[in-house]
Design a protein around this ligand. Structure first.
Ligand code: ATP
Length: 111
C-alpha cells in the first residue's frame, strides 16, 4: 500500500503544480458530465475512459521527463529542448486522438 501513497503524492503534486494537468482533468470532468447527461453506451464509456486515461498518464510522464531534464540542467540547451518537445509531442498525439474519439462518440447524440 505504501507504493500507492507515493503515487498519490505524485498525482497531488501534479495537480498543484502542473497547469496542463489541471486543464486536462477539467476537460475530462466536462466530457464525463456530457457522458452522464447523454447516458452514453457502455462501449462509448470504454472509448472515452481509455483515451482520457492515456492523455492524463502521458501528461504525468511528460512532466516527469521535464523534471529530469531540469535536474540535469536548467541552462538553455538544444538537446533538452528536443527532449522536452518530443515528450510534449506524445501528449499532443494522444490529445488529438482524444478529440477525434470524443467527436465520434458524441456526434450521434447531438443529431
Ligand atoms: N533548458 C531548456 N533549453 C531550451 N529550451 C527549453 C528548455 N527548457 C524548456 N524549453 C522549451 O520550453 C518548452 C516548455 O518547457 P517547460 O519545461 O517550461 O514545460 P511546461 O511549461 O510544463 O510546458 P509543456 O507541459 O507544455 O511542455 C519545451 O518544450 C522546450 O521547447
Amino acid at each position: 500500500m505504501l507504493g500507492f501513497n507515493h503515487a498519490f503524492r505524485g498525482l497531488l503534486q501534479m495537480f498543484r503544480s502542473e497547469r496542463n494537468f489541471k486543464i486536462h482533468i477539467l476537460i475530462f470532468a466536462f466530457v464525463a458530465a456530457l457522458g452522464i447527461y447523454f447516458n452514453i453506451s457502455f462501449s462509448d464509456w470504454t472509448s472515452i475512459l481509455l483515451v482520457s486515461g492515456l492523455v492524463l498518464s502521458l501528461e504525468v510522464i511528460n512532466s516527469a521527463i521535464e523534471k529530469v531534464c531540469d535536474l540535469y540542467s536548467t541552462e538553455k540547451s538544444e538537446k533538452i529542448k528536443n527532449i522536452k518537445d518530443i515528450s510534449a509531442g506524445a501528449v499532443l498525439i494522444a490529445a488529438l486522438f482524444a478529440v477525434v474519439i470524443g467527436m465520434m462518440v458524441f456526434f450521434p447524440y447531438f443529431e
